[in-house]
Design a protein around this ligand. Structure first.
Ligand code: GDP
Ligand code: GDP
Length: 434
C-alpha cells in the first residue's frame, strides 16, 4: 500500500517535466518488462526506500494552454481530497501569477502536506529570484530545475519525510475488491445490488481518512471487503466529466485492492479510459476481472459475446489471460458469477507453486524449446522457483540470463499460465544468473 502524491500548478510551469524526472528510472524498467506504453501522467516510484505514486494532474487536461482557471481549481480540490501529499509547482521565470495565487489559497486551507516547488531555477542567479514566492503564504519553498534535475533530490527527501506511514498489512486477511471503471459504467448500481440500498449512505467528507471506508461484504458464502466505495459515494458532489477525476478515484481504489473488478459499459465498447484503468490495475499487479455491464441493452445474436470478448482481448494484449464476464446489474444477471470469479482470481494471485512441482513441469518444456541462441551462445536454464512475494513472481536461473529476450519470456509466462492457472493475475518473470 503506498502513498499518492499529486503534482499541481498552472500550465507550463513544468509539472510534466518534473513528473517525468520523478518516475523516469523506475518506469523505464517497467516498460522494458511489460512492453506496454505507459500512461504518461501516472507512475510509481520510490525514494529512500519509500514507495509512492505520482500523478501529474495537468496531464489530464486536453489543450492545457488555455485551461480555464476553474478547471485548475477543481483539480486542486480533488488532489487535496485524494492525495496524501501535494507538490505545488510554480515558475521562477514568470513569477507569481493570479492563477498561482488562487491555487495557493486553496492549498493554504488544507491539512494535507504541501510542498512548494519553485521550478526552472536552472542557475544560482535565479535562486535569488525565488524569494518572491514566500508571498504565496505557503512557507518554505524548494528551488528546483526539473530540466536539469538540480534540487529535486532535496524535494524528494522532504517529500518522503512528510508522507504518512501506512500499515502494510490489514489485520484481517479478507480479499479486498475494488469496483472500478469510467463514470456511468454502473459502479454505484453494482455496489447497491451487492450491499443493498439501505447501507449505501453518504457519510464521507472529502479528505478524511479513507482507508477505513471499506465496506465488508458477507453474504451468500462470499466474504470480502469492498475498497473505497466512499469515492463512489461522493460522486454526487463532484461531476466526474474529466478523465482525471475517474483516474484519481481509480488510483486510490486500485492501490488498496487485491482484485479490481473493471466495469465497462457494453453500449460504449472498450474505450481509451477503460484501457487506462485496466493498465493502472495491471501495472499495480492487481488481479483483474472485466465485467461488461448493461448487457441487457445490447442486441445479441450468437456471435455478439464472442466478438465483444475478442475486441477486448485485442486491446489488452499482451496480458490477455483475464476473465471477461457479461453482466447486467439491472437484471442482476451473473453478478454473483462476477464475485465468484473475483474470489478465484484472488486465490490465483496468492497461489504458491512448490519448487519441486514447478521444476518438474517447466524444465522439460524449456528443454523441449530452449531460448534461441544469441551470437552463437546457448542459454541454459537449470532451475526455477517462485519468489516469496505477495504477487506471483518467478525466477529462472540460467548461465546467460542477459540473452533471454521478451518473446521467450512471454513463452515461459504462457506455459506457467497454462499449467498452473493464473487467470486474471499479472506476473513477473526474471531470468537470473545461476
Ligand atoms: P506543465 O504544463 O506544467 O506540465 O509544464 P511542462 O513540463 O510541459 O513544461 C513547460 C515548459 O517549461 C517546457 O517547455 C519545458 O521544457 C520547460 N521547463 C520545464 N522545467 C524546466 C526547468 O527546470 N527549467 C527550464 N528552463 N525550463 C523548464
Ligand atoms: P457509475 O457512475 O459507474 O457509478 O454508474 P451508475 O451506477 O450511476 O450507473 C449509471 C447509469 O447506468 C444509471 O442510470 C444506471 O441505472 C444505469 N445502469 C447501471 N447498470 C445497468 C445495467 O446493467 N443495465 C442498464 N440498462 N442500465 C444500467
Amino acid at each position: 500500500m503506498s502513498n499518492i502524491v499529486a503534482i499541481v500548478g498552472r500550465p507550463n510551469v513544468g509539472k510534466s517535466t518534473l513528473f517525468n524526472r520523478l518516475i523516469q528510472r523506475r518506469e523505464a524498467i517497467v516498460d522494458a518488462i511489460s512492453g506496454v506504453t505507459r500512461d504518461r501522467h501516472y507512475g510509481r516510484t520510490d525514494w529512500n526506500g519509500k514507495e509512492f505514486s505520482v500523478i501529474d494532474t495537468g496531464g489530464y487536461v486536453v489543450g492545457s494552454d488555455d485551461i480555464f482557471e476553474q478547471e485548475i481549481d477543481k483539480q486542486v480540490e480533488l488532489a487535496i481530497g485524494e492525495a496524501d501529499a501535494i507538490i505545488f509547482v510554480v515558475d521562477v521565470e514568470t513569477g507569481i501569477t493570479g492563477m498561482d495565487e488562487d491555487v495557493a489559497q486553496l492549498l493554504r486551507q488544507t491539512q494535507k502536506p504541501v510542498l512548494l516547488a519553485v521550478n526552472k531555477v536552472d542557475n544560482t542567479k535565479r535562486e535569488a529570484d525565488a524569494v518572491e514566492f514566500y508571498a504565496l503564504g505557503l512557507g518554505e519553498y524548494y528551488t528546483i530545475s526539473s530540466s536539469n534535475g538540480s534540487g529535486t533530490g532535496e524535494l524528494l527527501d522532504a517529500l518522503v519525510e512528510i508522507l504518512p506511514e501506512r500499515e502494510e498489512k490489514e489485520e484481517e486477511e479478507l480479499p479486498r475488491f475494488a469496483i472500478v471503471g469510467r463514470p456511468n459504467a454502473g459502479k454505484s448500481s453494482f455496489i447497491n445490488a451487492l450491499i443493498g440500498e439501505d447501507r449505501y449512505i453518504v457519510t464521507d467528507i472529502a479528505g478524511t481518512t479513507r482507508d477505513s471506508n471499506d465496506t465488508r461484504y458477507d453474504r451468500f458464502g462470499f466474504e470480502f471487503n469492498l475498497v473505497d466505495t466512499a469515492g463512489i459515494r461522493r460522486k454526487a458532489r463532484v461531476k466526474e466529466d474529466l478523465e482525471f477525476y475517474s483516474v484519481m478515484r481509480s488510483v486510490r481504489a486500485i492501490e488498496h485492492s487485491d482484485v479490481c473488478l473493471l466495469l465497462i459499459d457494453a453500449t460504449r465498447g472498450f474505450e481509451g479510459q477503460d484501457q487506462n484503468i485496466f493498465w493502472l490495475a495491471e501495472r499495480n499487479r492487481k488481479g483483474i476481472v472485466i465485467l461488461v455491464n448493461k448487457w441487457d441493452l445490447v442486441e445479441k445474436d450468437t456471435q455478439t459475446t464472442r466478438e465483444f470478448e475478442k475486441l477486448i482481448r485485442e486491446n489488452i494484449e499482451p496480458f490477455t489471460d483475464v476473465p471477461i464476464i457479461f453482466i447486467s446489474v439491472l437484471t442482476k444477471q451473473r453478478i454473483f458469477k462476477a464475485i465468484e470469479t473475483a474470489v478465484e482470481v484472488y486465490k490465483n494471485r496468492s497461489k504458491r507453486i512448490p519448487t519441486r512441482k514447478l521444476n518438474d513441469v517447466m524444465l522439460p518444456i524449456i528443454e523441449h524449446r530452449p531460448p534461441p541462441s544469441n551470437k552463437g551462445k546457448y542459454v541454459k536454464i537449470k532451475f526455477c522457483t517462485q519468489l516469496p512475494t505477495p504477487v506471483p513472481q518467478f525466477a529462472f536461473f540460467a548461465n546467460l540470463p542477459q540473452y533471454v529476450k521478451d518473446p521467450y519470456r512471454r513463452f515461459v509466462e504462457n506455459k506457467l499460465r497454462e499449467n498452473f492457472g493464473f487467470h486474471g493475475v499479472p506476473m513477473d518473470i526474471y531470468f537470473r544468473k545461476k
